[in-house]
Design a protein around this ligand. Structure first.
Ligand code: BGC
Length: 516
C-alpha cells in the first residue's frame, strides 16, 4: 500500500525456511542455499514480503545449526558465501527481503573461541564464557537447569571449572559481560548487513547472560503444575528463571549494541526470540527505545494447541501490550513445535478432513493481527505433523535424549515436498534424505499445489494480495479488543481511512471481512 508511514517490518509476512529441509540441489539428501534460490519464485508467487532462513553457518550440527562454529561462513552442507550472495540478489530482484538467524547467546564448543577459552584460565579468550569454580563440595555453582534436560553447568577438567550452557553441553553460553564478546557479535552483524541482509531473527535472546559470578540460584516455581506434554514436565519448569538464570538486566548490553549497529544501516530489522516467567515484561523490556525492533511472540506457539477461547486470551495478552505498534510478531508454527494444523485440530474438536480449511483460517487470522507474521514452511500447504518417524531415524538431540516419552522436534522438520510423482517428492535426488520424506505430504506437494486452483497455497496467495490493499492493515497497527461467540474471534482493524471487521469462525472454518 502506498503512502504508508510504517516500516516494512511492521506489516511483514515473513516465511521461515528451515534450510536443511527446503530443497536439496546437490543430491546429498540435505537442503542447501542454491536449493532455496531455485524456489524463490514459489515464495514470490505466494506473496510473502520476507524470508527468514534458520542458521546455515558453519556448525557441527549438534543442534542443526543453532550451534555455530563460524558465524561468518557457510556450512559446507549448505553451500558457499557466493551461493548466499546469489540467493540474496535473486531474492531482492523478486522484491523479497532476507532475514537470517543469528545465535548470540551461545556458540558451538567447536568454535575456535571456545576451543581456546577452555584450555586455561589465562588465555586471550579465558573470559569469553561463563567459567565458575565448583562449590566447596564440588557441585555446580547454582541449581540452574538446561532447556534440553540436565544441569546447565558442565565440567572442564583443564580449567577445573564449570561452564554455563542453557541448551546442550556443546552449546556454551557466551559471556556478554565482556565487551570483546559483544564487539565480536556486532562485527558478525556488520558482516551480514554489508552483504545485504535486511534483518535478523535473534535466537533465544532471553538466554543471553551478561552477568558475572557469584550467580544466584533460581527460585522454585510455586505455581508449577506438570503440563500435559512430556517436555512441560521437565524439572526445568519447576524453577522461576527470571530470578537469576534468564532475562537479567545485563542482557540489554547486547540488545542496545545490536540496535546501534542496525541503525548504522538503512531500514534493517531486529526480531528477538524471547520469553520469560513474565513474557510481556520481557518483551517490553527488550523492545524499549534503543533496543530490538520487535518481539517474536510465543503465545500462539503453545505446544499442545489452543482452543478458541485460549487463542483469544493469547492474542489479547500480547496485543494489549503492543497495540498501535508494529513491535510484535505472531507465529503459530516453527521448527520447534508440532505443526499448527495438526496441533489445533483436537482442541478445536475438528476432524482430519478439516485440516486444510483450518490451516487457511489460522494463516489468515495471524496475518490480520497487528505487527508482522511468521509463516513456517509447509503451512501454506497445510502439512500435518509427522508422528511416525522411526526412532532410529530421529535426528533432534532433544528427542533422542527423551524418546519414547518425548519424540522431539523432527515431526515438524521433515523435508518439503514439491512434486508428488518425483523421487523424494522433488526435494532431493539422493537415495536417502536426512529425515525421511513424509509420504502423507505428497498429496499436497508445493509445485502441484501452485497448479491446483483451490489449494491452500493459492487461497492464501489471493488473501495476501487482497490484504495489501487494505489501509486498515497496511497503514496502521491498531486493532480493537477481541470479541465474538465462543467459536469465533472477531476484531476490527482500524486506520484513519478504513475500519475493517475481521471475523474468524472456527465452526464454519471461514474468515469474513466487512468494512464498517
Ligand atoms: C531455537 C531452537 C534451538 C535453541 C537453541 C531456539 O529457541 O529456535 O531450535 O534449539 O534456540 O539455540
Amino acid at each position: 500500500m502506498e503512502n504508508s508511514a510504517l516500516k516494512w517490518w511492521e506489516t511483514a509476512v515473513i516465511y521461515q525456511i528451515y534450510p536443511r529441509s527446503f530443497q536439496d540441489s546437490n543430491a546429498d539428501g540435505i537442503g542447501d542455499l542454491p536449493g532455496i534460490t531455485s524456489r524463490l519464485d514459489y515464495l514470490a508467487g505466494l506473496g510473502v514480503d520476507a524470508i527468514w532462513i534458520s542458521p546455515f553457518f558453519k556448525s557441527p550440527q549438534k543442534d542443526f545449526g543453532y550451534d555455530v562454529s563460524d558465524y561468518c561462513d557457510i556450512n559446507p552442507d549448505y553451500g558457499t558465501l557466493a551461493d548466499f550472495d546469489e540467493l540474496i540478489s535473486k531474492a531482492h530482484a523478486l522484491g523479497l527481503r532476507i532475514m537470517i538467524d543469528i545465535v548470540p547467546a551461545h556458540c558451538s564448543d567447536q568454535h575456535e573461541w571456545f576451543e581456546e577459552s577452555r584450555q586455561s584460565r589465562t588465555n586471550d579468550k579465558a573470559d569469553w564464557y561463563h567459567w565458575v569454580d565448583p562449590l566447596p563440595d564440588g557441585s555446580a555453582p547454582t541449581n540452574w537447569l538446561s532447556f534440553f534436560g540436565g544441569r546447565a553447568w558442565s565440567w572442564e577438567p583443564r580449567r577445573q571449572q564449570y561452564y554455563l550452557h542453557n541448551f546442550l553441553p556443546s552449546q556454551p553460553n557466551l559471556n556478554h559481560h565482556n565487551p570483546e564478546v559483544r564487539n565480536a557479535l556486532t562485527d558478525v552483524a556488520r558482516f551480514w548487513f554489508d552483504r545485504g541482509v535486511d534483518g535478523f531473527r535473534l535466537d533465544a535472546v532471553h538466554t543471553i547472560n551478561g552477568d558475572t559470578a557469584p550467580y544466584q540460584n533460581n527460585l522454585a516455581n510455586p505455581d508449577f503444575v506438570p503440563g500435559d506434554l512430556p517436555q512441560q514436565q521437565q524439572p526445568f519448569f519447576r524453577q522461576l528463571h527470571d530470578s537469576a538464570q534468564l532475562n537479567q538486566p545485563a542482557i540489554q548490553l547486547f540488545s542496545e549494541a545490536f540496535r546501534a549497529v542496525a541503525d548504522e544501516y538503512e531500514d534493517r530489522f531486529l526480531m528477538g526470540e524471547l520469553h520469560g516467567d513474565d513474557p510481556v515484561l520481557a518483551s517490553k523490556t527488550f523492545t524499549a527505545p534503543g533496543r530490538l525492533h520487535a518481539t517474536y511472540n510465543f503465545n500462539l506457539l503453545a505446544w499442545a494447541g489452543l482452543n478458541v477461547t485460549e487463542m483469544k486470551d493469547a492474542i489479547s495478552e500480547a496485543v494489549v501490550a503492543f497495540n498501535s505498534t508494529g513491535r510484535l510478531t505472531f507465529a503459530f508454527s516453527n521448527h520447534d513445535v508440532p505443526r499448527s494444523g495438526t496441533r489445533q485440530l483436537e482442541p478445536l474438536g475438528l476432524a482430519e478432513t478439516d485440516q486444510e480449511a483450518l490451516q487457511l483460517l489460522l494463516l489468515k487470522l495471524e496475518t490480520c493481527l497487528i505487527g508482522s507474521t511468521c509463516v513456517y514452511q509447509g503451512e501454506e500447504l497445510a502439512f500435518d505433523d509427522v508422528r511416525d518417524i522411526p526412532v532410529e531415524q530421529m535426528q533432534d538431540p532433544w528427542g533422542i535424549e527423551f524418546a519414547p516419552v518425548f519424540m522431539g522436534r523432527d515431526t515438524c522438520r521433515t523435508p518439503m515436498v514439491w512434486q508428488e510423482d518425483a523421487p523424494q517428492g522433488g526435494f532431493s535426488t539422493a537415495n536417502k534424505t536426512w529425515l525421511p520424506i513424509a509420504t502423507q505430504h505428497l498429496k499436497r506437494a508445493g509445485l502441484d499445489e501452485v497448479k491446483r486452483p483451490n489449494s491452500t497455497y493459492n487461497a492464501y496467495a489471493k488473501f495476501l494480495k487482497w490484504r495489501k490493499k487494505q489501509a486498515a492493515m497496511m497503514t496502521s497497527n491498531t486493532m480493537s479488543e477481541l470479541s465474538g461467540e465462543d467459536h469465533q474471534i472477531v476484531f476490527d482493524r482500524i486506520s484513519d481511512t478504513q475500519t475493517l471487521r475481521c471475523c474468524f469462525d472456527f465452526k464454519t472454518l471461514t474468515a469474513t471481512f466487512e468494512e464498517i
